[in-house]
Design a protein around this ligand. Structure first.
Ligand code: ARG
Length: 589
């Protein structure tokens, strides 16, 4: 059986196809059984098929020649179509079918990837267009470490989906339409009557400006009333209010963009205000379906399983977070035709998302089955903690400014490089670039490597350590591979064309198999929305490489060509992992 071009490099998917055929032959009556194929953790083989055990109870009573799950396993093995990818099979324990892949087939796949490019190992997903709603800070309020997590996680998810040939709408759903604007605008008018010409320099630090206006709002009832009226005038479209609003948004935007640029993250802003004009008609549609009710002066949607309803129009007639999100969802589904809409925020917002997802299901916008498309997912993440186990703050208990945090990451990694004398070896420009790659990479990796739902402790010393599971260690591992290839003096492009890969030593084979599992790992990480799965893969790749390199001589050995090609394949896969994690790989360190 020839390899399926769609699944090049995806061994698991190809095995699924083989077992599908075997299942149809073995138990033709059970036509809806899906093959259960997974990579092996025990060393009986590389993959295992686990269908025998769950099939047995289904076929037991019926007229069948089988006498228990191991016999079903035997039959599944016997009926497996012959394929060049399989070297050996065996049945173990209660009926697992273990499969050992052919090492020549693995080698051939790696060689093919080296020639045709890593893109041929991209997962093939069945969806075309996805919205990833991430970062999404609030104008004039601080962009805090929670937004940093959202930015890092969202960017990685977007990158993995893009690599899988899905069109991704990277959405920055900034909070640019809250009641805080009334207060900010009134404060601006009061403090700086000539704001139109001097506004920008006058406002200066927007966060300090926010604080001062909030203080006035809380202390001065006359001001408070004016601020509340200002919101109405702004939302009514009064020109002076609109342009003050636009100016405030611009200042914030410039600050956010600075952070995105440093992190290498691209985002398209469609803030809350964008959806505002669509809210009335969307709420009308929901009312038409009988979903919206009057309750204590507000308009709400009651949802099964929740004591409090979802408020969609406040008592004062204003719209809120939920009305905007329902409208944005409608827009994304109907105007933008997105099939999957992914929201990346802290877990504290879970209930909000679950509630409006449920409302959308009731409206018939989304199917009841959570896995069917069109589909919405809330990607929740835990808190960022400081050394003291409490919310991450600066010494003066202020919220940490992201720009300061990135400055420190860079400065620390630069200091280490200087300590190692790299300032004398490299140009100033290289030193700066590499310090940024390492510093920012360390911050990102420390965040991504944990299961996102857990809280994580922010610790510069730990993340910048060159040992253990850190970006620094991984960047070193990659740079070392580049230097092995460089020092061999061989033209790797030439070797790709003339040489071939062989996996005779067990450590060569283990590395080869791990390389081949790249595609299925990315697929798992992006379909389950878990970047830590890719981090774990990358870390294990470097462990596999280290083992190979300590036990197999590369330069000067009889297998030099094949082993250099394995080095190159490892470097290529590592670079792609770095790229997907938003980390800039360096070729020297
Ligand atoms: N602005 C919100 C916050 O800072 C996050 C918005 C997330 N996206 C959404 N569609 N609700 O918490």
């Amino acid at each position: 059986m020839a390899s399926d071009p769609e699944n090049i490099g995806n061994a698991r998917k190809q095995l699924v196809k083989l077992f599908e055929t075997s299942l149809r032959t073995t138990v033709p009556e059970e036509s809806d059984v899906e093959p259960l194929v997974a990579a092996c953790t025990a060393k009986f083989g590389d993959y295992q098929c686990n269908n025998a055990m769950s099939l047995w109870p289904k076929i037991k009573g019926k007229k069948t020649e089988f006498r228990g799950p191991p016999a079903v396993g035997q039959a599944l093995m016997k009926n497996l179509p012959s394929s060049e990818m399989v070297e050996a099979c065996s049945v173990a324990g209660p009926g697992f079918v273990n499969v050992t892949l052919s090492k020549n087939w693995i080698a051939k796949n790696i060689q093919k990837m080296l020639i045709d490019g890593i893109e041929t190992w991209a997962p093939g997903l069945s969806i075309k267009r996805v919205v990833v709603d991430f970062s999404s800070p609030n104008i004039a309020k601080e962009m805090h470490v929670g937004h940093l997590r959202s930015t890092i996680i969202g960017d990685t998810l977007a990158r993995m989906l893009e690599f899988s040939n899905v069109e991704v709408l990277r959405r920055n759903h900034v909070g640019d339409w809250g009641t805080q604007f009334g207060m900010l605008i009134e404060f601006l008018f009061e403090k700086f009557p000539d704001w139109e010409s001097a506004g920008e320099t006058a406002i200066g630090d927007l966060q300090a400006f926010y604080k001062a206006s909030k203080q006035k709002f809380d202390e001065d009832p006359v001001f408070k009333e004016r601020a509340q009226k200002a919101v109405v005038r702004l939302q009514g479209g009064e020109l002076r209010y609109r342009s003050a609003w636009a100016q405030i948004c611009d200042i914030s935007r410039r600050e956010f963009d600075g952070v995105y640029q440093r992190l290498g993250v691209s985002l398209e802003e469609k803030g809350e205000s964008f959806y505002n004009p669509y809210i009335p008609s969307v709420l009308e549609k929901l009312s038409g379906l009988g979903l919206v009710e009057e309750s204590e002066g507000a308009r709400v949607i009651f949802l099964e399983g929740y004591e409090r309803p979802l408020i969609v129009v406040k008592k004062d007639g204003g719209y809120n977070y939920a009305s905007t999100d329902l409208t944005a969802l409608w827009y994304r589904l109907n105007i933008e035709k997105a099939e999957w809409i992914i929201y990346v925020t802290d877990v504290g917002q879970s209930e909000h998302f679950q509630m409006f997802f449920k409302a959308a299901k009731r409206a018939g916008w989304l199917p009841d089955d959570d896995k069917a498309y069109p589909r919405t997912s809330h990607v929740g993440f835990g808190l960022v903690l400081g050394e003291d186990g409490k919310r991450f703050r600066t010494r003066s208990t202020e919220v940490v400014r992201l720009a300061d945090l990135l400055d420190e990451a860079k400065a620390r990694s630069k200091a280490v490089l200087v300590e190692r004398g790299k300032d004398k070896e490299w140009s100033e420009e290289d030193l700066d670039k590499i310090a940024e790659a390492v510093g920012y990479g360390a911050v990102k990796y420390a965040d991504l490597k944990n299961n996102r739902t857990t809280n994580y402790t922010f610790n510069f010393d730990q993340m910048l350590n060159d040992k253990g599971n850190t970006a620094v260690y991984l960047l070193y591992a990659h740079a070392r591979i580049c230097s092995i290839i460089r020092k061999s003096g061989k033209d790797i492009e030439e070797l790709k064309k003339t040489g071939s890969v062989a996996l005779n030593h067990q450590d060569e084979r283990a590395l080869g198999l791990h390389l081949l599992q790249f595609a299925e790992t990315v697929e798992e990480a992006c379909t389950n929305l878990l970047p830590n799965v890719l981090c774990e893969y990358l870390y294990n790749l470097s462990e596999n490489f280290t083992k190979f390199y300590s036990n197999c001589q590369v330069v000067g050995s009889a297998d030099e060509t094949s082993r250099l090609l394995l080095c190159e394949a490892t470097a290529v896969v590592m670079r792609k992992c770095f790229h997907l994690l938003g980390i800039v790989p360096v070729h020297k360190l």
